[in-house]
Design a protein around this ligand. Structure first.
Ligand code: ANZ
Length: 990
């Protein structure tokens, strides 16, 4: 890119060109670093200092993954904005904590390591160095002492330490919360053991604690931990050799990275019991200052629903020679369903279990044959079976096995797609509805998910859309139990289910009648009856699942636990942290056939035999153990990084309590009751996962007394995205966007050929990438910053337009010329006081820009700075008082040029900690008056000082009362008054 407006070097050596900007910017960046200009003081510890007596402001960006591609101009949008806020806030006298770290574990570096054999740390650190350079050149006012990367061994140590706190805790529903907001908090498992021993907490399965062996006790305790191992349906991607989180799987059921098939498999994995915090995570959203949209996304993700678990008895028929006649009863089984509509229980005409449900043999087998063998209840088709149930199979057992094999290969998105024709098969089992004793067939169908509720439902086709669709396919009965209050039976069920409110009908047995009750009354009455009879209980369910916390990867935090020979897991003591990754020669996971759903993952760490098998003394003398070979997901490191920014060098504690309380503690007097960083800026794509995971960890640490804040991020702001135009030629090929000419009206061309414009992301393949480095070279960082901040409101998406950058450059060039003579480099300002109009404009700008900065309206702040700057350009000579105020106000957006001007105006200190200008003479803000001339019979008789916006009626009243007019009228009446507001009133006497 070239700078067209550049003048010959020698004529104006002090012209504000990209070259001069580069010199100025680099010099200030070095000076800031040398002087530690942006270092923030802590109350205690290694970074303690006097500024900690001031009010604090903790400002945070969502830290980046150090991609090998480096940054494009879209990435730093949020960083520039936070830098403006940081610089402005410092100038209001606060102690500002502002730094930048790197979320540095991740699959791309690992895959690169697999290809090249080079340790992922090497490429990751090189990428971090490049990103640091790019960001430093932008002039961000970070405290460099606080920067960190999640791969730093010292950081990993504390991530592992947090894992141990979570592992060593359970959720005690009766424990009072430290913030007084009710019951339910994490407590150490040592307390749990005491409660199990005393009987205060029941041992699952009803056995007595005394009767359990040490191993059984350990199993019981493990089942309560907030970090636990369980067999759960997970996304297994043989093509990548690892399981994936849901968010790493596309809606087509393939891996986001690499586009390989993904299969649902039951595998033993580490989980985090985030569901225990479901209520708190939802309720405490009331205590944070977040966009309503993000709060509601979190609430939906948590998806709390209230209903009941209801248990149906199950009858099974043993397989006989293909007929139902000789059927023998299987031992009685039970099936518990979760329903939000216990009021509709009389309308349950069938049941559905998820393909993975234990009733069908539990885990999905690797093949159809294994699946069939695993089925607990072998049966034949009953008499009069509807043909569709058979679906071409001889027995339900075969049909179920085939169906389970099919479901194992389907993604959750496919399974829950509402528009799809429902599928399922009869299991050969019959449930017994506890309210009326009716036998109802049990189906297996993929629309019921194992991970939600109990993985089984009672189907009420008359009142549920999905059940209705299923009943329609298999021709099952509909029984109505609710209808509109005015005409309960007047509904038509021939096309759709009735899902509305109303009153219960036909819902009575000898002990209970719901008839005539409203939906909510009927629900409550039914739950009471179920509880009384022992058939069920009221229950709360969350859409939120427990968090799948292990990955079969090399490049992640090792778990600080080991396994003994009996298969029990042991936490390592703190003294053994950090557990470092072993050096290996081969980073690749075992290779699998990408389409083989039956394969199982083997983590790459499993190959490091010497590391895996260790002899340790964990208090029982030296014993051999196996290390955990899974690693933590990338989310772990981003769950708590803000806290380490506070105390990056603390060896004894994750963060010293006094430092945490100062930077993150609640400030009830300002309405912040749960604490957290003062501002967190990042993309809305993190609305749920990262923000939910961090909040969960933070709450556990809060419960355990490690931190004083119960929320990590008090105010959240989502910036928009920088998007870009891309251009295609007549063959649909992308052409380099920076070579395209023309505009919207004339049309666009490339090398004379017409091209079509499209709008979207920046990307290499779209040939429309612009990097910050391009901008530094062509314009300098300040121009880039001003352009990016002036493109529009910060929370909105905006199209990048390199040509418009010149406007931002012009502003800074004018500002420069207002102070510096371009040929001599001399400062040209005058010390004489500014004229009234200039002083008024300066005052107005100060008030407006301050308000805009406070509200993060950075684009309108810049617009006001430009108005003032243009005004100064029009003056004979530029008054110092005006341009000093302008330099200070411009400093947050264009800090280098502002520092340089400030310095040339004779100030030796950086302006970073100067006070932001205030208006001392309030009268300058009062509206200006104009002089109104009042004539009587054409002669000027008086003059009035009035508001420019005065109304005609008001002005007439004032004019007639003016002493000069009263005198001239000599008591005569008035025939006519002509008012030309605000400057003239003409009175005609009688
Ligand atoms: C009977 C019923 C009657 C239901 C009715 C709804 C309407 P929310 O509100 O999202 O919590 N369900 C329960 N577990 C399920 C699972 N594992 N997979 C798929 N569906 C499941 O949804 C709860 C309702 O979704 C439950 O209430 C159940 O159907 C179904 F007129 O039970 B309902």
């Amino acid at each position: 890119m070239t700078d067209n407006v550049q003048a010959p070097e020698n004529a104006t050596p002090f012209r504000y060109t990209a070259k001069l900007a580069d010199t100025i910017e680099s010099a200030w960046q070095d000076r800031w670093e040398e002087r530690g200009t942006f270092n923030a003081d802590n109350p205690v510890g290694a970074l303690a200092g006097p500024a900690a007596s001031k009010e604090k402001f903790f400002l945070l960006d969502m830290f980046p993954y150090p991609s090998g591609k480096g940054l494009h101009v879209g990435h730093p949008l949020g960083y520039i904005a936070t830098d403006v806020v940081a610089r402005f806030t410092r100038m209001t006298g606060k102690n500002v904590l502002y730094t930048m770290g790197y979320d540095a574990f991740g699959l791309p570096a690992e895959q690169y390591a697999v290809q090249t054999g080079q340790h992922p740390r090497i490429s990751t650190e090189a990428n971090i160095a490049n990103m640091r350079r790019q960001l430093r050149r932008l002039g961000l006012s970070h405290d460099p002492r606080r920067s960190l990367a999640t791969i730093d061994v010292d950081y990993v140590r504390w991530t592992q330490w947090i894992f141990l706190q979570i592992f060593n805790s359970w959720f005690d529903p009766t424990a009072p919360r430290r913030d007084g907001r009710g019951l339910g908090a994490a407590r150490p498992v040592s307390e749990l053991e005491a409660k199990l021993a005393s009987g205060e907490v029941e041992v699952p399965g009803g056995r007595s604690w005394e009767d359990l062996t040490a191993g059984e006790r350990a199993d019981v305790v493990d089942s309560f931990r907030l970090a636990y191992v369980s067999s759960a349906p997970v996304n297994w991607c043989p093509g990548l050799g690892t399981v994936l989180a849901n968010e790493e799987v596309t809606s087509e059921g393939r891996s986001e990275r690499g586009n390989y098939p993904v299969f649902k498999r039951n595998l033993r994995q580490w989980m985090m019991r985030i569901t225990a915090y479901g209520d708190r995570l939802a309720e405490d959203l009331d205590t944070v200052d977040w966009p309503e949209k993000v709060k509601s996304m979190q609430r939906n993700w948590i998806g709390r629903s209230e209903g009941a678990n209801v248990t149906f008895a199950v009858e099974g028929l043993a397989e006989t020679a293909g007929s139902a006649d000789g059927a023998t009863q299987q031992p009685a089984a039970e099936l518990t369903v979760y329903t939000t509509r216990p009021d509709t229980l009389f309308g349950a005409t069938f049941m559905v279990v998820a393909p993975e449900h234990p009733l069908l043999g539990g885990l999905l087998g690797a093949s159809q044959a294994e699946d069939a063998a695993a089925l607990t209840v072998p049966v034949s088709w009953p008499e009069g079976t509807r043909e569709a149930w058979k679906a071409g199979h001889a027995t339900p057992r075969e049909a179920v096995a085939a169906y389970r094999a099919y479901a194992a290969a389907a993604t959750e998105a496919e399974r829950t797609d509402e528009g799809r024709t429902k599928t399922g098969v009869f299991t050969g089992l019959w449930g017994v509805n506890p309210v009326n004793g009716k036998r109802v067939p049990v189906f297996v169908a993929d629309y019921v998910l194992m991970g939600y509720g109990t993985g089984a439902i009672m189907a009420v086709p008359a009142h549920d859309d999905r059940d209705y669709a299923f009943a329609h396919v298999y021709d099952l009965d509909l029984v109505q139990t609710i209808g509109p209050a005015d005409d309960p039976h007047g509904i038509d069920l021939s096309e759709v289910a009735y899902t509305g409110d109303g009153v219960a009908v036909d819902s009575a047995n000898e002990e209970i009648s719901l008839d005539g009750k409203s939906k909510d009354e009927a629900k409550a009455a039914m739950i009471a009856w179920l509880e009384d009879k022992g058939y069920g209980r009221g229950a709360v369910t969350y859409r939120l699942r427990d968090w799948l916390f292990s990955r079969q990867r090399y490049w992640g935090e090792p778990f600080p636990v080991v396994w003994d020979e009996d298969g029990h897991v042991h936490a390592l003591p703190e003294s053994m942290l950090p557990v470092e990754l072993p050096e290996v020669t081969d980073y690749s996971p075992r290779s699998y056939d990408p389409d083989d759903a039956t394969s199982s993952p083997e983590p790459p760490l499993g190959k490091a035999e010497e590391w895996v098998n260790v002899t340790l003394d964990l208090g029982e003398g030296p014993k051999t153990y196996r290390r955990e070979t899974n690693t933590m997901p990338q989310w772990a490191g981003s769950c708590w990084y803000e806290m380490r920014y506070i105390d990056p060098t603390d060896d004894a504690e994750l963060v010293a309590p006094a430092n945490e309380a100062y930077w993150m503690g609640p400030r009830p007097q300002t309405g912040n009751t749960s604490g957290g960083t003062d501002l967190y800026v990042g993309g809305v794509e993190h609305a749920v996962l990262h923000l939910l995971y961090s909040r969960f960890w933070h709450k556990v640490l809060f419960d355990l007394g490690v931190v004083s804040s119960s929320e990590p991020y008090h105010k959240l702001f989502n910036q928009g995205y920088v998007q870009a135009y891309a251009y295609t030629d007549s063959r649909g090929q992308y052409v380099p966007a920076d070579e395209v000419e023309g505009d919207e009206t004339a049309g666009f061309t490339w090398k004379g050929e017409p091209v079509t414009r499209e709008y979207g992301k920046m990307g290499k393949s779209l040939k429309n990438i612009v990097t910050p480095d391009d901008m530094y070279e062509a314009y300098g960082a300040d121009t880039f910053r001003v352009y990016e901040m002036s493109m529009g409101p910060l929370d909105q998406d905006r199209p990048w337009d390199t040509r418009a950058v010149a406007g931002a450059q012009r502003f800074l060039q004018r500002l420069w010329r207002n102070v510096v003579d371009e040929s001599t480099g001399e400062t040209t300002v005058v010390d004489a006081p500014a004229d009234e109009a200039t002083r008024r404009l300066v005052a107005k700008t100060i008030v407006g820009v301050r308000e805009d900065y406070e509200a993060m309206r950075l684009n309108t702040a810049i617009a006001k700075l430009i108005v003032l700057n243009n005004h100064l350009t029009g003056l004979q000579s530029v008054p110092r008082e005006a341009v000093e105020a302008l330099a200070l106000m411009t400093a947050p957006v264009a800090p280098h040029i502002a520092e340089e001007i400030w310095n040339r105006l004779g100030h030796t200190e950086s302006l970073a900690h100067e006070a932001f200008p205030v208006v001392e003479d309030e009268s300058l803000l009062a509206a200006e008056k104009v002089t109104c001339v009042v004539q009587v019979k054409g002669k000027v008789r008086d003059r009035l000082e009035v508001d420019p916006g005065i109304s005609e009626a008001e002005l007439e009243k004032l004019a007639l009362a003016a002493p000069g007019v009263v005198r001239a009228l000599e008591g005569k009446g008035v025939r006519k008054v002509i008012v030309r507001a605000p400057k003239l009133v003409s009175v005609v006497p009688e």
